[in-house]
Design a binder for this molecule. Structure first.
Ligand SMILES: Nc1ncnc2c1ncn2[C@@H]1O[C@H](COP(=O)(O)OP(=O)(O)O)[C@@H](O)[C@H]1O
Ligand SMILES: N[C@@H](CC(=O)OP(=O)(O)O)C(=O)O
Length: 424
């Protein structure tokens, strides 16, 4: 069996839903895919905003109504018959969302966040399920919270692989013999039945979990670009497409911030040698990129830009050398406040870390470490990474930048700089 994943851009309007129907119709009747879908367009951002307002006790009605109107407009284009069952299903989902929002309390931000933000995928998958049915493509809507189990690390649930694999094995092969399955990316469930999420942009990872556990022939993620390029075309000019690329290369690109693939996606696929196709939903006949167990010699340099970075420097208060105890305290605090290290460097009496700037977590980290260190920080900054760099690519990135931190290994070059100039 095969797994297809359609992200937010693939379901952003009515035409996009029709396009998915075309892509699925092109499969032979013997191929019954498991389809993982993300929330429509920027719905997750809208739900985050609604939740933040509700959590602060502020009015969220307008933002919620905008999102509701966006969904309803698409529904009206896709289902001209006002008594189509999808209207009731979507109405119920919004009612559930409203009930959760009414009961939001000031504590427990992360747990409540998951209950709200998960609604985007439930809505989009319901709409896709009903739309395909209406087009004559019978399919089963599946609640992925009953198949992917995580612990209760809210907003980034840790997958219980053993349970998840057993659960999928027990039920899904028989279902997929009969018909395609439509399910949600990004969301999962705890043993107690609460909803968790897998981290922003986590639908690619959900699709990889399904592909791994079901030992799929392949996973295809459908995107608005021709494949995996050597840079984000929204940020860099003159990109090139990789026809094929090794798992390790793709894992590293995602790790350094190539946002086309969620960083956790490739590893489970690599473990079971499942090829990952990155294809354009605009040109489904085009080959795209295949990420698999291939051998290649040096490939074209890839450029990755991470924006909204923060550079923190921890200085000992007594001019003493940075010790292992100091490093341990810093790492512990980073782990406690769930801040990931994107780059780090130490010197005699200070230690620097580049991390994503999170308006809630970074100030808490600084507060926690201030008794022990003099903490300096700079933001917002840019972090550039060039994989497989050469002289020409280095010059392209470094020239004219105010560099705050720089590092290079044999294959990888990184620099942290101020975003004063356009990122090109
Ligand atoms: N190396 C890259 N190659 C291609 N696209 C990239 C790359 N890095 C970042 N992107 C960006 O990823 C986007 C597609 O991924 P994403 O927005 O996550 O899609 P979706 O949410 O629809 O799954 C592209 O529009 C492009 O701007
Ligand atoms: N909807 C979620 C999960 C996701 O992966 O979305 P997308 O496939 O559109 O990146 C988010 O925006 O974080």
């Amino acid at each position: 069996m095969i797994v297809y994943k359609f992200g937010g851009a693939s379901v952003k309007d009515a035409a996009a839903f029709r396009n998915i129907f075309q892509i699925l119709s092109a499969l032979s009747s013997a191929e019954k895919p498991l389809v993982v879908v993300s929330a429509m367009g920027k719905t997750t951002n809208a739900l985050e905003e609604v939740f933040q307002l509700a959590h602060q006790g502020l009015s969220y009605t307008e933002t919620l109504q905008n999102s509701q109107r966006y969904h309803l407009n698409i529904l009206q284009e896709l289902f001209p018959q006002q008594d189509a069952p999808v209207y009731e299903a979507v109405g119920k989902q919004f009612q559930e969302l409203q009930d959760i929002l009414t009961n939001v309390s000031p504590d427990d931000f992360d747990r409540q966040y998951d209950q709200v933000v998960s609604m985007g995928e439930l809505l989009s998958s319901l709409i896709l399920h009903h739309f395909l049915q209406a087009q004559g493509l019978a399919n089963l809507w599946l609640d992925s919270r009953q198949y992917i189990r995580t612990d209760s690390t809210w907003r980034e649930g840790k997958v219980d692989w053993e349970w998840t694999e057993a659960q999928m094995h027990a039920h899904l092969p028989a279902i997929l013999e009969q018909q395609p399955v439509i399910t949600q990316g990004f969301i999962a469930g705890t043993e107690q039945g609460a909803t968790t999420t897998l981290g922003r942009e986590g639908s690619d990872f959900s699709a990889a979990i399904f592909a791994y556990c079901l030992q799929a022939q392949s996973l295809t993620i459908w995107k608005d670009v021709p494949g995996l390029l050597n840079a984000d075309p929204k940020l860099f000019e003159e990109t090139i497409r990789y026809e094929e690329i090794a798992y390790q290369e793709a894992i590293e690109m995602a790790y350094y911030g190539a946002s086309i693939i969620h960083p956790k996606t490739v590893q489970p696929l690599a473990k079971r040698c499942i090829p990952l196709y990155v294809k354009s939903f605009l040109h489904p006949q085009e080959p795209g990129t295949v990420i698999w167990n291939c051998q290649h010699s040096r490939i074209a340099p890839s450029f990755i830009l991470k924006q909204n970075q923060c550079l923190l420097s921890f200085h000992t208060k007594d001019f003493g050398f940075i010790s292992e105890e100091n490093l341990s305290a810093i790492f512990q605090a980073l782990s406690q406040y769930r801040l990931k290290i994107n780059m780090m460097q130490n010197s005699a009496i200070s230690f620097s870390v580049c991390t994503d700037y999170d308006a809630q977590r970074v100030p808490r980290l600084i507060e926690a470490l201030t008794p022990e260190f003099v903490v300096l920080y700079n933001s917002p900054l840019h972090l550039y990474t060039i994989k497989n760099y050469d002289q020409e690519s280095l010059e392209k990135i470094a020239t004219g930048k105010e560099v705050l931190l720089e590092q290079r290994s044999r294959q990888t070059y990184q620099l942290v700089c101020r975003p004063a100039h356009a990122a090109r």
